[in-house]
Design a protein around this ligand. Structure first.
Ligand code: TXA
Ligand code: MG
Length: 320
């Protein structure tokens, strides 16, 4: 139990815990994952139980090599290989037809599965010392802010995880982009660390799920998610006089004069760099959630590049 430093001995130990059906929280480049052995349905059930996650919400499987990809899924489109060659390891999750070897609890009974190769040495070493495939949702209670440090995991799930591996702050800071490759035109189900623009440069036009017009088809698309405990409001029309400044916190994308009235302020990136803002997003929200304020306000940004994933998280966090 508790947080363990990253070293060879602890990775071996973590691998044993996984092989014996236990749960290990580990860093990835996006957010910390709560890992269990893909081939052990009881371990997977434990993930759902610890997170209080509904069983209809399928998990992402993490792998470290192509052999495992071929063991678990069917590759039936050249575009899939192009994406893998360009973006793996990295923040891109592919939804692919699954093989029978994959337990249905991972996929909530679907005949497709979500799979990715994380760009983080600790994660890769852990996978290599496990059965070779780790299912891992973000290591937080269902619906709450995602963890981007080992301490976030400890604060939220504490002793319910057999081991938490220390890996510093996550480089990307928002979850992977999930793209369904089983459709004629691939469709982005969840915007994330890799932008639609970057994907289209490699495989041409893809569709994306539009949160404002579509009804959810995958549970990651539920309107409310990634939420702090305090109410979060997006300032679509900018800062206005209806805000009780003395009692509110402000999440700002860059250093500016606008924030001075607020009781508490977090700045996502002093220079307004959106990649840096994404990396700091959940950390800053965790901080503001602990402050003595009644409301958190955040400005709106353009949904370009990673801005799309940032606004997706903020929009869902603002829904209760
Ligand atoms: O960055 C990430 O992706 C993190 C880190 C830990 O790798 N993981 C993560 O996992 O966010 P999770 O389980 O919270 O996200 C799973 C997402 C959900 O939106 C789920 O609906 C979707 O993937 N998903 C999983 N399997 C699917 C499938 N077969 N078809 C469609 N969507 C699927
Ligand atoms: Mg999550």
């Amino acid at each position: 139990m508790g947080i363990y430093n990253y070293n060879k001995e602890n990775i071996l130990k973590a691998g044993e815990i996984l092989k014996n059906g236990g749960l290990v929280a580990f860093p990835t480049e996006t957010v910390y994952g709560l890992g269990g052995d893909v081939f052990n349905p009881t371990a997977i059930a434990k993930i759902f139980e610890v997170k209080k996650r509904p069983f209809f919400d399928p998990l992402i499987t993490h792998i470290a090599d192509m052999d495992m990809l071929l063991k678990l899924t069917y590759i039936n489109d050249y575009k899939i290989l192009k994406l893998i060659e360009t973006f793996w390891p990295g923040p891109l999750t592919l939804v692919l037809p699954k093989k029978d070897i994959v337990p249905s609890i991972i996929t909530s009974g679907l005949d497709t599965m979500a799979i990715r190769m994380p760009d983080n040495n600790i994660a890769i070493e852990l996978i290599k010392n496990s059965s070779g495939a780790i299912a891992a949702p973000s290591a937080n209670p269902f619906g709450y802010l995602s963890p981007t440090t080992a301490m976030h995991v400890y604060e939220q799930l504490g002793e319910e995880v057999d081991m938490i591996i220390e890996g510093g702050s996550c480089r990307v800071g928002v979850e992977s982009t999930v793209i369904d490759m089983t459709k004629k035109i691939p469709i982005i189900l969840r915007p994330g660390g890799l932008s639609k623009e970057e994907i289209e440069k490699v495989i041409g036009v893809v569709e994306s799920f539009d949160r404002t017009t579509s009804s959810p088809t995958a549970p990651g698309q539920l309107p409310s998610h990634y939420s702090p405990r305090k109410p979060l409001h997006i300032l679509y029309e900018g800062i206005n006089n209806n805000i009780d400044f003395s009692n509110s916190a402000y999440l700002s994308f860059k250093e500016s004069g606008l924030q001075y009235g607020f009781k508490k302020v977090e700045i996502l990136s002093e220079k307004g760099n959106m990649l840096e803002a994404a990396a700091n997003l959940f950390s800053c929200l965790h901080k503001l959630d602990k402050e003595e304020v009644d409301n958190i306000y955040v400005e709106k940004i353009d949904e370009i590049g990673i801005g799309k994933a940032i606004m997706d998280r903020l929009y869902k966090a603002s829904k209760k």
